[in-house]
Design a protein around this ligand. Structure first.
Ligand SMILES: [Fe+2]
Ligand SMILES: [Zn+2]
Length: 466
């Protein structure tokens, strides 16, 4: 594969004015984050602005040049000092690590001395650390603008492809940026992606384009509850907050931690629900997207998170009910457990529609036929951000028609005054999809996907797939 198509040089040549989100962060040692008082914290603060690919590319290149000049100057100085003292060769900068993977990169790595020039990298220091910029969430979904790049990705094995029949996200019918489309990340040393699980616990595919490395941390999905508790203890919101877990806190809580280096050309495949966080140790670009292999374990975790998000009032950007109906309509499954799970979600959705219909008729409210086009984006409640499937409660807010879920609509007006109630699907058509949704006899989805998802290396083994 020609990953050079995603190099900064090619990106600038292809679309210099393409937007690039910027996260301005403080530079810290990979193992810790310090607050304004110099105390260790889990909070990962950043501010958000936007720029263009060309402008970020300029920043990325200048940062590399500056570091190179500093390193060259320092080497000369150290060499002269060592000569004057008649001592042995200069000692490399010492960096403490929690595993055998060294955080120090000789080539293209964080200059540890420049760390200490601009910040106190040890606890208790009060000097402010250097500010760095992370170019993030660059949208590469445009098939015309990024044709060469997207075509190149077709060379990947099918199960890693952004779009293919065995990927649930390919059946959504609309684009969810960064999930069923490619996103690009442009980095200098120290740029951090805070800890997170993927949306709905789905899988993610991440390539390091290089030239520098990235350092990854990950914990098995079974420990997410422990991580949730540690987040509460450290005053960060598990779902919406930005945090960088301190390795020592994870060890104390007996949470196994994977730590590994992603070299240029390495792909990291994050299995369902595994929390992970990443820091660039060199100058590099990454590309990433999500996949939802049609596998029962993937969908169990996804539905579990969909329900958990509802309890936490956190928006699920993958509309699971809409997705399950699309899968029931379009995909013949051979996996009995997955088939039953999807059918169950459809059944609950039918029951929910039935309850709303009964309630509306008891209130003497008419549900107006509205219908929907396949490419229409699914609806979310304006108030609670819950997915609203089929029956929409629509009201005018500031001269715009907005959709509510039934609960929020009833909270606003128990008699639904000012609401128009719309129907997107005919009950007969949903019932027919449900009744005709049958199992196929043999597994359509490659066994490879299942064996990969159940692959469970020991914590000392990197999860990167080369
Ligand atoms: Fe991720
Ligand atoms: Zn609502």
């Amino acid at each position: 594969m020609n990953l050079g198509l995603f190099s900064t040089k090619t990106l600038v040549e292809t679309a210099p004015d393409h937007p690039c989100e910027v996260r301005t962060q403080r530079l810290f040692n990979v193992e810790e984050t310090l607050d304004a008082q110099g105390q260790k914290t889990w909070k990962q603060e950043s501010t958000r602005t936007t720029t263009t690919i060309a402008k970020y590319a300029h920043y990325q290149a200048s940062s590399f040049q500056e570091s190179l000049a500093a390193e060259t100057g320092k080497s000369k100085e150290q060499f002269q000092k060592s000569l004057a003292k008649s001592s042995a060769a200069p000692q490399p900068t010492q960096v403490k690590t929690v595993s055998t993977t060294s955080a120090t990169q000789v080539k293209g790595g964080v200059s540890r001395d420049s760390d200490s020039d601009s910040s106190s990298s040890s606890s208790g220091g009060k000097k402010k650390s250097k500010m760095i910029k992370f170019g993030t969430n660059v949208d590469l979904s445009d098939r015309h603008k990024w044709k060469d790049q997207l075509v190149e990705l077709h060379k990947l094995p099918k199960w890693l492809n952004v779009t293919w029949a065995g990927n649930g996200l390919s059946h959504l019918g609309h684009t969810v940026l960064g999930m069923n489309s490619v996103q690009l990340y442009m980095k200098i040393p120290g740029c951090r992606t805070p800890a997170h699980q993927e949306n709905l616990n789905l899988c993610s595919v991440n390539f390091n384009i290089g030239p520098g490395d990235c350092e990854w941390f990950a914990i098995p999905d079974q420990y997410w509850g422990e991580l949730y508790r540690l987040c509460q203890k450290n005053n960060v919101d598990y779902l919406s907050g930005a945090y960088w877990p301190l390795p020592e806190d994870l060890f104390k809580a007996k949470i196994p931690l994977y730590r590994f280096t992603q070299k240029p050309g390495d792909m990291v495949f994050i299995s369902p629900g595994a929390p992970h966080w990443v820091q660039a140790t060199g100058w590099c670009n990454n590309i990433a997207w999500n996949t939802a292999p049609l596998d029962v374990d993937v969908f169990k975790l996804a539905i579990e998170r969909y329900e958990f998000n509802k309890l936490q009032s956190y928006k699920s950007i993958v509309p699971m009910v809409h997705l399950c109906w699309n899968l029931a309509k379009n995909v013949k499954l051979k996996d009995e457990a997955l088939h039953s799970l999807i059918k169950y979600v459809c059944m609950k959705s039918l029951q929910h529609t039935g309850r709303i219909e009964n309630l509306m008729s008891s209130k003497g409210k008419h549900i107006v036929w509205h219908g929907r086009q396949d490419e229409d984006a699914p609806h979310y409640c304006f108030s609670c951000e819950l997915e609203v499937f089929n029956i929409l409660f629509v009201r005018e807010v500031e001269k715009q028609h907005v959709v509510y879920c039934i609960d929020c609509a009833l909270k606003i007006s128990p008699i639904l005054d000012g609401f128009v109630i719309l129907r997107e699907h005919l009950t007969d058509s949903l019932s027919q999809t449900y009744d005709s949704y049958e199992l196929q006899s043999e597994s359509a989805v490659s066994e490879v996907v299942h064996s990969l998802l159940t692959f469970n290396p020991q914590p000392s083994t990197p999860q990167a797939v080369h």
